[in-house]
Design a protein around this ligand. Structure first.
Ligand code: B3K
Ligand code: ZN
Length: 875
C-alpha cells in the first residue's frame, strides 16, 4: 500500500533556503509532448539560517527530467535525490545558475493543473501547486522571481502565443513561430501563465488616473467573439473603481483575459494574463441570464483586484490564502454593491454564507480562516477562506470606519509591495493607522466554527432604560481547540412603536456595539417606550443570532426597519419559523395550515409599488431547502420539501390576483439590457410566474410557455423553461426541454444550463434521468462545467432525489467520485461535499452515506485531495 499523505503545518513554516532572482523559460509545444527548458539565477537566501542547506525543488511525479545542470555542468543521477514531489541537491554554491529540461504531456493532462489542453488550445493553471507539473522549481509563494518566457509552436494551428507581461521579441522558421514575453514584476510561480491557440480578441484602450496607456484585450475562440463586450465593460469599471476607492492603478502595458472551456474553477489572476472559465467571461442577451451577467462582472473585477491584493502583495505561504482571497472578495463585493443594489448584493452574499459556509463550518472539514494544517491545499479554496475571510475584512472596515480602513489598506500596500506576507501583516497595518489593539480580533483568523449570539433584553419604564444582554456561544470544531470570546461588531437600531428609528448616540440611528466578553450588557438611556430591536444590521458579523422575536415583531420589522437587509431578514425568519412548524406537522401526519400572518405580510410587500422590485423579489423568495437543512438539527428532506411546497402553493392561491397583476405590469417594454432596473423587473416578474406555476393550472402553463416562446433574452427563457420542466405537465415539460436543446445545441454554456435544469427537477425518477444524460452527447466527464451542471447540481439542489431512502443517489455519487479521482482530483474532492454532511441525517441515511465514503476510501489509490476529505469525514 502506498504511504498515507501527510499533513503540513503552519507552525513548521521556514523561510526559503534559496532565492530565484530570474527565471527564463522556453516552451516547445508539439503534439506528442512539450519540452520545457528553464534557466534559474539563484542564490542562498541571506535571511535563512546560516548553515548551508540542500537545495529543494518541487516537481510532480509526472515530470520527465531530461537535464539538470549547475553553472553549465550536467548533474549525474547520483548528484541529486528524487523522492515524491521533492528533488534535492545536497550541495550547491552560494550563487549559481540552474538549468533544467523537462518533458511533459499536456495532451493527457486531465487534472487541468499545470499545462493542459482545453479544446484545442494550450493553457495553464498553476495556483496553488501546478507549476511543479511544468518544471522543477521552488514552487512556494514566498519565492518571487522575474520571468522571461518564450513560447514556440506550430504557427498555423497556434497563431496566438501568450504569457505574462509584455511581448519583447518574436520570430518564425519553417512553419513554427515563437514569441518572448517579459514580466518585470517579481512573482511567485503560481501566477505564471501561458496560452497558445487559435484565438481572436477584442481590444479597448484604457488610460489610468496618472495618464498611462494600457491595452485591454479579451481573447476567445472566434465563435464567441460577440460575447466579450460585457466582460470588457466590467473590466473598465473595475479599473476605475480601484483607482477611486483604493487609489490603485494597473501597472503593465497590457492586460489580457483568455476564455477557456475546461477549467477547474471560475478564473485565475495570473499576472497580466488572466485565464477564465468561459462561464465567467462570455455574455450575450440571448445566451446569458441576468445572474450570469452579474457573475461575469463580479469575477472580472475580482481577478482584476488581485493585481494588488494578491499579486503585488502576495501570500507568504498557503495558510495565508485568505490574505488575498478574503480581502479580494470583500473588494469585489463592495464594487458590485456600488454599481448595483447594495442591499440586494448583501442579501445574496449572506445567503451564500449562511447556507453553505455555516454548513462547512459545522462539518468535518471545518477550519479557521487561516488554517493551521492541510494535507492538500486545493481543498482549502473554501467558503470559509473566501466568504468568511471577506466577512472578517468587512468587520475591520466596520470597526475602523471607511477612512481609517482606507489608510490601513494604503499602508499595507505601501509597506508590503513586492513582498509575500501574512494575514497578521494586514491586521498590523490596520492597527498602525487606527491606534487600536486588534489582538483579540485576530482570533477570527485562528478559531474555526460559527459563533452564536444569544440576545435577551429588558426595559424599565420608570428609568426609561433599555438593555441588551448578549452571550457568545462558541462551537466545538474537529480541531478540538479551546474557543475564546471573539471581538464582534454588533450593529443595532431600536424601532419605536411607529416603526421609526430611535436616535441613539449623538443622533445616530445605528450603533456598533463591540462585544469582547462572553457575556455583556449594553444600556440605552432615555428610551420612551419598549422598542423593537433591529439586531445585527447589515449582517455586521458572521454569526448565528438568537433572539426570541414574536411573529408580530417580525412582521413589524418587515414593514418598518430602515435597514434593508434586516427588513428582508425579518421576512426570512418569519418564513423559517412557519415552515419549521409545518415540517413538524408533516412528520406528525397533521393537516398543514398556513399562518395568515405570512400571507398578509407578503401581500403588503407585493402591493408596495414604492419598493425596488428586486427587493420585493428577494423578500418574497422563500428560504431555500438548503438553508432550511442547514438550520435543522436532523435534516428531514421530505418534510422540508413538503412544507416549502405547501407554503408556496398556499401563498400562490391566496395572492393569485396580485401576482398576476404584477406579472402583467412588469411585461418588458424595451430591448434587453443587463441594467439594474431591468434586472430588478425581470427578477420580480419571474418570481411571480414561479408562484403562479405552483398552482399547476393550465392557464399559467400557457402563460409560462408564452414567455418562453416570446421573450428576447435568456433570463426570461430559462426561468420559463425550468418552471415548465419541473411542473407536473409532463408532455409540455418534455417538449420545452427538447425545443431548448434544439435551439442551443451549439452553445456549450447554454447546454450546461439545460443539464442543470434537469438535474434539479424534484420529480421522482431523477436519478435515472441523470444517468441517461450522462450518456448524452452534451455530457463530458472531463469538462468540470458539465460535471458541476449535472452531477453537483443533482446532489446539492435536488435533495429529495439525491437523499432517496434507497441510498441509490449516494452510490451513484460515490461511483462518480471514484471515476473522477483518477481523472481530476480537484473536481472529485469537491463532489464529496454532500457526503461529508452525513452526521446531519437520520440513522439509516447516515449508515448509507458512511458506507459509500468507506467504499471510496477502499477503492484504490486515492489522490491527496480525495484522501483528505474522505478520511476527515469518517474520523
Ligand atoms: N486564485 C484563484 C483560485 C485558484 C484555485 C486553485 N485551486 C481564483 C481566485 O480566487 O481568484
Ligand atoms: Zn481570488
Amino acid at each position: 500500500m502506498a504511504e498515507q499523505p501527510q499533513a503540513i503545518y503552519l507552525k513548521d513554516y521556514q523561510v526559503p533556503a534559496y532565492l530565484v532572482d530570474a527565471t527564463t523559460l522556453r516552451f516547445e509545444l508539439a503534439d506528442d509532448q512539450t519540452r520545457v527548458r528553464s534557466t534559474l539565477t539563484m542564490r542562498r537566501n541571506p535571511d535563512a539560517p546560516s548553515a548551508p542547506a540542500p537545495l529543494e525543488l518541487h516537481g510532480h511525479e509526472s515530470l520527465e527530467l531530461c537535464r539538470l545542470a549547475i553553472d553549465g555542468q550536467d548533474l549525474a543521477a547520483t548528484d541529486y535525490q528524487r523522492e515524491g514531489e521533492l528533488l534535492s541537491i545536497a550541495e550547491v554554491p552560494a550563487s549559481f545558475v540552474l538549468e533544467c529540461t523537462t518533458r511533459i504531456h499536456p495532451q493527457t493532462n486531465t487534472a487541468l493543473e499545470g499545462l493542459y489542453l482545453s479544446g484545442g488550445m494550450y493553457c495553464t493553471q498553476c495556483e496553488a501547486e501546478g507549476f511543479r507539473r511544468i518544471t522543477f522549481y521552488m514552487d512556494r509563494p514566498d519565492v518571487m522571481s522575474v520571468f522571461t518566457t518564450t513560447v514556440e509552436a506550430d504557427k498555423a494551428r497556434f497563431p496566438v502565443l501568450l504569457s505574462n507581461g509584455n511581448p519583447v521579441d518574436s520570430g518564425e522558421q519553417g512553419g513554427r513561430h515563437w514569441v518572448t514575453w517579459e514580466d518585470p514584476f517579481p512573482k511567485p510561480a503560481y501566477l505564471f501563465a501561458l496560452v497558445a491557440g487559435d484565438l481572436q480578441h477584442i481590444e479597448r484602450p484604457y488610460k489610468t488616473a496618472s495618464g498611462r496607456e494600457v491595452a485591454l484585450r479579451i481573447f476567445a475562440e472566434p465563435k464567441d467573439l460577440d460575447k466579450l463586450d460585457h466582460a470588457m465593460d466590467s473590466l473598465v469599471n473595475a479599473m476605475r473603481w480601484d483607482e477611486d476607492v483604493y487609489g490603485r492603478e494597473y501597472d503593465l502595458d497590457i492586460y489580457m483575459i483568455v476564455a477557456v472551456d475546461f477549467f477547474n474553477m471560475g478564473a485565475m489572476e495570473n499576472k497580466g494574463l488572466n485565464i477564465f472559465n468561459t462561464s465567467c467571461v462570455l455574455a450575450s442577451p440571448q445566451t446569458t441570464t441576468d445572474a450570469a451577467y452579474q457573475r461575469v462582472e463580479g469575477v472580472v473585477a475580482h481577478e482584476y483586484f488581485h493585481n494588488w491584493s494578491g499579486n503585488r502583495v502576495t501570500c507568504r505561504d498557503w495558510f495565508q490564502l485568505s490574505l488575498k482571497e478574503g480581502f479580494t472578495v470583500f473588494r469585489d463585493a463592495e464594487f458590485s454593491a456600488d454599481i448595483n443594489s447594495r442591499t440586494v448584493k448583501r442579501i445574496e452574499d449572506v445567503t451564500l454564507l449562511r447556507t453553505a459556509q455555516f454548513a462547512e463550518d459545522a462539518g468535518p472539514m471545518a477550519h479557521p480562516v487561516r488554517p493551521a494544517s492541510y494535507i492538500e491545499i486545493s481543498n482549502f479554496y473554501t467558503l470559509t477562506v473566501y466568504e468568511k475571510g471577506a466577512e472578517v475584512v468587512r468587520m475591520l472596515h466596520t470597526l475602523l470606519g471607511p477612512e481609517l480602513f482606507r489608510q490601513g489598506s494604503d499602508l499595507y500596500f505601501e509597506r508590503h509591495d513586492g513582498q509575500a506576507v501574512t494575514t497578521d501583516d494586514f491586521v498590523c497595518a490596520m492597527e498602525a493607522v487606527s491606534g487600536r489593539d486588534l489582538t483579540q480580533f485576530r482570533r477570527w483568523y485562528s478559531q474555526a466554527g460559527t459563533p452564536t449570539l444569544r440576545v435577551t433584553d429588558d426595559y424599565d419604564a420608570a428609568t426609561q432604560r433599555y438593555r441588551l444582554h448578549v452571550e457568545q456561544l462558541l462551537p466545538q470544531t474537529p480541531d478540538k481547540l479551546e474557543k475564546l470570546p471573539l471581538h464582534i461588531p454588533l450593529s443595532v437600531g431600536l424601532l419605536d412603536e411607529r416603526g421609526a428609528d430611535t436616535e441613539l448616540d449623538g443622533g445616530a440611528t445605528t450603533v456598533v456595539l463591540e462585544l469582547t466578553e462572553q457575556r455583556q450588557s449594553f444600556a440605552f438611556e432615555g428610551i420612551k417606550a419598549r422598542p423593537v430591536p433591529s439586531l445585527l444590521r447589515g449582517f455586521s458579523a458572521p454569526v448565528r443570532l438568537q433572539y426570541a422575536y414574536s411573529r408580530d415583531a417580525l412582521v413589524f420589522l418587515m414593514r418598518h426597519d430602515s435597514d434593508g437587509f434586516n427588513r428582508w431578514d425579518a421576512g426570512q425568519q418569519l418564513a423559517v419559523e412557519i415552515m419549521q412548524g409545518l415540517m413538524a406537522d408533516y412528520r406528525q401526519g397533521r393537516a398543514l395550515q398556513l399562518d395568515q400572518a405570512l400571507v398578509d405580510a407578503y401581500a403588503a410587500v407585493l402591493d408596495d409599488e414604492t419598493l425596488d422590485p428586486a427587493m420585493v423579489a428577494k423578500v418574497l423568495s422563500l428560504p431555500s431547502e438548503a438553508y432550511l437543512s442547514e438550520l435543522s438539527e436532523c435534516i428531514d428532506v421530505d418534510a422540508i420539501h413538503a412544507a416549502r411546497n405547501f407554503v408556496r402553493a398556499e401563498l400562490a392561491r391566496a395572492l393569485e390576483p396580485a401576482l398576476l397583476r404584477r406579472y402583467e405590469a412588469l411585461a418588458p417594454r424595451c430591448d434587453y439590457a443587463p441594467s439594474a432596473d431591468q434586472v430588478a423587473q425581470r427578477s420580480l416578474r419571474n418570481l411571480c410566474l414561479s408562484y403562479l406555476m405552483a398552482l399547476e393550472a393550465p392557464a399559467h402553463l400557457v402563460r409560462a410557455r408564452a414567455q418562453y416562446d416570446g421573450c428576447d433574452n435568456m433570463t426570461e427563457r430559462q426561468a420559463a423553461l425550468s418552471l415548465i420542466a419541473h411542473s407536473g405537465f409532463e408532455v409540455d415539460a418534455a417538449a420545452v426541454l427538447e425545443d431548448f436543446y434544439q435551439r442551443y445545441e451549439n452553445e456549450t454554456l447554454v447546454v450546461n444550463q439545460w443539464l442543470a435544469v434537469q438535474a434539479c427537477d424534484p420529480k421522482p425518477g431523477a436519478l435515472a434521468r441523470i444517468q441517461a444524460l450522462m450518456e448524452h452527447a452534451a455530457f463530458d466527464l472531463r469538462n468540470p462545467n458539465k460535471v458541476r451542471s449535472l452531477i453537483s447540481t443533482f446532489c446539492a439542489m435536488n435533495a429529495v432525489n439525491f437523499h432517496d431512502a434507497s441510498g441509490a443517489g449516494y452510490a451513484f455519487l460515490a461511483d462518480r467520485i471514484i471515476e473522477m479521482n483518477r481523472l481530476n482530483p480537484q473536481v472529485a474532492s469537491r463532489l464529496l461535499t454532500p457526503l461529508t454532511r452525513w452526521r446531519k441525517y437520520d440513522e439509516a441515511r447516515q449508515a448509507l452515506m458512511q458506507a459509500q465514503l468507506r467504499r471510496i476510501q477502499g477503492s484504490g489509490e486515492l489522490s491527496r485531495d480525495v484522501y483528505e476529505v474522505v478520511s476527515k469525514s469518517l474520523n
